[in-house]
Design a protein around this ligand. Structure first.
Ligand code: F6P
Length: 522
């Protein structure tokens, strides 16, 4: 079945009519005054994640129309195709089966008949690789000589593991530090290396392709540094996490953990790319992390669309982007452990859905992914929240709060929670009668995600929820969430310019690039 393009569905036209008639004038304060149950109707407990959507510019009518839009765009069939292991990443002719990485053994998921053998084989491979990787993680944790683990990777081979290692620092064993080196700027690697001793260091070279320039440049420099200090046991001090084991071997790394082309880079934290996290929190912790994500997978796969949290969030994203015209979303984790959450979500959302053509390469006449940006609270409050409260653009905010603190310092957590509640309240209620500079218009929407505690399981569920939410809006927009051709052109041009920088050859370049090249060339 070829689903209808979203803007050609009857529901889209009805949403437009609804928006013109009432949606554009929707007032949250009025909505709460009219409906004492609004919090109950627009919030839900999903696995490990409670979500309050009630401070969003939706009512029962618009929500029902959005669900109708999802059905008319064939969301359920698209979701089922992903879980059946179909090659939904058409431009690369690949499946997108990251969910398979989190199925518990034995797999509870029953794939469609046509895919059953292939899925079962893949599942067996996943479990065998996971067992090997977790055994290795435990071996490293028990190795008192290894005090420092350096993950060398970028994009999905950096952002996910880095975010998760920081988020779960409370669960990490003492005595081992995990560092992340991603930038090709040698400052980063040099800054880490100057504190390390080769005999106490394990380098993890994390790259799905094992060709990414940044990662290969950093890995070569790390190996040269290691060799130069006279410790030659590469097998003990270097491991590669990659789908391209042959390239890792050719590079000289024999300790390898593989994964598969059906794991997208930004969806790879659950695979061997998660090794730094497994070393930090241990095998049992990593299994809990996978189990939390699996619980969210099952929720997304089976819950009716009306009560399906990733679906509700993804539909809200479409409502805001295509009807309200909001072009960004601010991410506000009120947890310093989640300080890399905004950066992680930027890749997930903007690399997945930052596309302007449909599945067949045809230009789309409507907007897709918003800009995601943010910082942890309360820091953001003292920087850009001014604009969120009183600026001319409306920016929906997505708060994340954690009920139980991981530390024992008295006073802090109550203040933190008071702040996140106050910000959401101020955005919505405003202060309308103060006049002039002190006037807060209010009616500014926010979503509130709440975890009981930041644990491996709740973090797994929170991340999987975001992955599926991105899939939902991408499915409505009719785009391929799983490719990223937009990153290729710059890579090719950088190779050309790198050669020109050495020779100052500006022939054929535009005037600005030529002028700057001459200024930058050594
Ligand atoms: O350049 C973008 C990208 O391909 C991302 O999609 C990916 O996560 C990142 O580069 C790193 O790629 P690799 O893991 O192959 O080094």
């Amino acid at each position: 079945m070829n689903p209808l393009r979203c803007d050609q569905t009857p529901a889209w036209a009805e949403l437009q009519a609804e928006f013109s008639a009432s949606g554009r004038h929707f007032d949250l304060r009025q909505a709460f005054a009219n409906d004492p149950d609004r919090f109950g109707s627009f919030s839900q407990q999903a696995p490990h994640v409670f979500a309050d959507l009630s401070k969003n510019l939706i009512d029962a009518g618009s929500q029902a129309l959005l669900v109708a839009l999802a059905r008319q765009c064939g969301l359920e069939a698209q979701r089922d195709a992903m879980f059946a292991g179909e090659r939904i990443n058409r431009t690369e002719n690949r499946a997108a089966m990251h969910f398979l990485l989190r199925n518990p053994p034995p797999a509870q998921y029953i794939p469609a008949q046509a895919a059953i053998n292939k899925m079962a084989d893949a599942q067996a491979d996943v479990e065998a690789t996971l067992q090997a990787m977790l055994a290795y993680a435990e071996q490293i944790r028990a190795d008192a000589a290894i005090t420092d683990i350096v993950n060398i990777g970028i994009g999905g081979s950096d952002l996910g593991p880095q975010m998760a290692v920081l988020a779960l620092a409370e669960f990490a064993a003492a005595g081992q530090r995990v560092h992340f080196v991603s930038n090709i700027d040698g400052d980063e690697l040099a800054g880490v290396l100057k504190h390390l001793k080769p005999a106490n260091t394990l380098f993890l070279v994390a790259s799905k392709t094992f060709t990414t320039t940044e990662t290969m440049t950093n890995a070569r420099s790390a190996k040269a540094w290691f060799d130069a200090q006279g410790v030659h046991d590469i097998a003990r001090h270097f491991a590669a996490l990659t789908t391209n084991v042959a390239a890792a071997n050719a590079f000289g790394i024999t300790t390898t953990f593989g994964f598969w082309d059906w794991v997208g880079g930004r969806y790879s934290l659950w695979s061997a790319i998660g090794l730094p996290l497994a070393i930090a929190i241990g095998a049992a912790g990593f299994r809990e992390f996978l189990a939390g994500a699996h619980a969210m997978d099952e929720h997304f796969r089976t819950a009716p669309l009306e009560g399906n949290l990733p679906v509700r969030l993804g539909l809200l994203d479409v409502w805001y982007r295509n009807f309200h015209g909001f072009s960004s979303r601010s991410i506000a984790p009120y947890s310093s452990a989640l300080r890399r959450w905004p950066a992680y979500l930027q890749q997930l959302e903007m690399e997945s859905n930052g596309k302007r053509v449909d599945q067949h390469g045809q230009p789309l006449p409507y907007d897709t992914a918003p800009v995601l940006w943010g910082e942890p609270g309360t820091n953001g409050q003292h920087a850009y929240f001014q604009m969120l409260h009183q600026g001319t653009s409306v920016v929906p905010v997505e708060f994340v709060a954690v009920k139980k603190a991981a530390h024992a310092l008295p006073g802090h957590h109550n203040k933190l929670l008071a702040n996140v509640l106050a910000q959401a309240q101020a955005l919505m209620n405003g202060q309308p009668d103060a006049g002039g500079h002190r006037d807060f218009p209010g009616n500014r929407p926010s979503t509130f995600l709440l975890l009981d505690q930041l644990s491996p399981a709740s973090l797994g569920a929170l991340i999987a929820q975001q992955e599926h939410r991105v899939f939902v809006s991408g499915a409505i927009w009719g785009i391929n969430c799983f490719d990223q051709w937009g990153v290729e052109l710059g890579k090719v041009l950088a190779k050309d310019i790198e050669a020109r920088l050495a020779t100052r050859d500006v022939q054929g370049l535009d005037g600005s690039t030529a002028g700057l090249l001459c200024k930058l060339a050594p």
